[in-house]
Design a protein around this ligand. Structure first.
Ligand code: ZN
Length: 142
């Protein structure tokens, strides 16, 4: 075995201000990666909620986030006659599963390797709320 295996878990707190939102957490995730001193490995970003998710998409043009949230609203309306879930937030549950609850990004050179247009987004679908995002770094120290 060459090198040592490091494992670091951190938790980010995200406060959302509207029912639907995509919050760019890329800088915070890169900060956790840097603090871990892992040079080569993976970072897993995990959202422990059923009405919020996480995804990777464009962070250059904010209109992309706007258009994604509007299109999700078209595909999954907040009100539907057939919804049964008593809490009244079935749309948020559906959207959360559409986005998924985790993303994994490779780490090389001590940084999460994202494309130039890519950002990591926490996706709120039943805000405003205080949310948590777990970030786990796994790999070999530099
Ligand atoms: Zn619910």
């Amino acid at each position: 075995m060459i090198g040592h295996m490091a494992g670091v878990t951190d938790t980010l707190n995200v406060s959302t201000r509207s029912r639907d939102a995509m919050v760019d957490v890329t800088a915070e995730v890169q900060g956790v990666v840097a603090a871990s001193r892992v040079a080569s490995g993976q970072v897993i970003v995990y959202v422990p909620h059923t009405t919020a998710g996480v995804t990777i998409n464009e962070n250059a043009d904010p209109d992309v986030v706007h258009d994604m949230l509007r299109q999700l609203e078209v595909m999954v309306p907040w009100e539907q006659g057939f919804y049964r879930h008593g809490e009244g937030n079935s749309a948020a549950h559906v959207k959360a599963s559409m986005m998924g609850s985790s993303v994994t990004v490779l780490i090389e050179g001590g940084r999460a390797v994202l494309g130039v247009w890519q950002g990591i987004y926490f996706c709120e679908f039943d805000g405003p709320r205080r949310r948590t995002v777990h970030v786990k770094v796994v790999g070999e120290g530099g």
